[in-house]
Every structure is written in structure tokens, then in C-alpha cells.
Design a protein around this ligand. Structure first.
Ligand code: ZN
Length: 152
């Protein structure tokens, strides 16, 4: 992945999916009456959308860049977000929702790390590193929530 536009197109797709998942999770938590967790997920959706906007600006995109579905190169064949959600259906409780979100963030972080490691292009490398760091912060936030639950 040595083309910054291509890299950003992937990041944009990832953030878009992430924001949508967080909104779904927020609704699920709200319907369970877990307002605090719902609010946290809404914040995470908000940050994904900010990140999305930033990636679009850096890429000089005014609209979402359109790559043909088979033009995306994901390590698992689908985006890390979609991979985290594969096989999920039905009822989700608070720990389940947090674990799922954590899985998505870890996969996203690993994806960016992998790109950063393999990239020859210094700009792609730098941005992938920055994105991996941000995902690492999301991982830490979710772990903190899960630890909080474990302590009751
Ligand atoms: Zn994230």
C-alpha cells in the first residue's frame, strides 16, 4: 500500500463502518437502559466521523472516494470492522457490546500497524502510524470500560 490516496480510501471506509457500528451499538445499549455506555458509544461514533473527515481532507476528497469493492485490499478479505462483526446476531448485553467494539478497534489498529510496517512511501508510513496510535487509544478506552465492569 504505497499510494496515499489508496491508503486514505481504505482508512475512510474503515472509519465510516466504525462510526456506523458505534451508532448501532449506542442504540442497542440505549434500549437496554445503559445510558452511560450508549453515550460513550455515541462519542466514539463522533470521533470516527471526525477522523473520517480528516482523512477525506488530507486526501483532497470532497465526496467519499469510490473504489470498486474488489479494489480494496483487506488482510481478511473484508475490512477489519466487518471482520469483527462477522457472526454477530441477536441480543447483545453491555459486556458483549464492549468486547465487540474492542475487537473492532484491535483489528483496526493491527491493520494500520501492518500497513505502516510494510509501507515504503514515507507519507503512507507516517499516516498509518498516526492512525494506529489513535486506534490504540480507542483500544485503551474500551479496556478501561471493560475493567470498570469487571470491578462492578
Ligand atoms: Zn477507532
Amino acid at each position: 500500500m504505497d499510494d496515499i490516496q489508496r491508503f486514505l480510501a481504505h482508512a475512510i471506509q474503515l472509519e465510516k463502518e466504525s462510526a456506523r457500528r458505534y451508532e448501532e451499538l449506542a442504540e442497542a445499549m440505549q434500549s437496554l437502559g445503559s445510558m452511560e455506555v450508549a453515550e460513550f458509544f455515541r462519542q466514539m461514533a463522533h470521533y470516527s466521523r471526525l477522523h473520517l473527515k480528516e482523512a477525506m481532507q488530507r486526501g483532497g476528497f470532497h465526496d467519499l472516494p469510490e473504489l470498486a469493492p474488489d479494489a480494496y485490499e483487506w488482510p481478511e478479505g473484508t475490512s477489519p470492522e466487518a471482520a469483527a462483526w462477522a457472526g454477530v446476531d441477536g441480543f447483545m448485553d453491555v459486556p458483549g457490546a464492549l468486547s465487540l467494539a474492542l475487537d473492532g478497534e484491535q483489528r483496526s489498529r493491527d491493520y494500520y500497524l501492518m500497513i505502516a510496517e510494510a509501507a515504503q512511501d514515507p507519507e503512507v508510513k507516517r499516516m498509518a502510524e498516526a492512525f494506529a496510535e489513535e486506534e490504540g487509544e480507542h483500544v485503551a478506552q474500551l479496556e478501561a470500560w471493560l475493567n470498570g465492569l469487571a470491578k462492578g
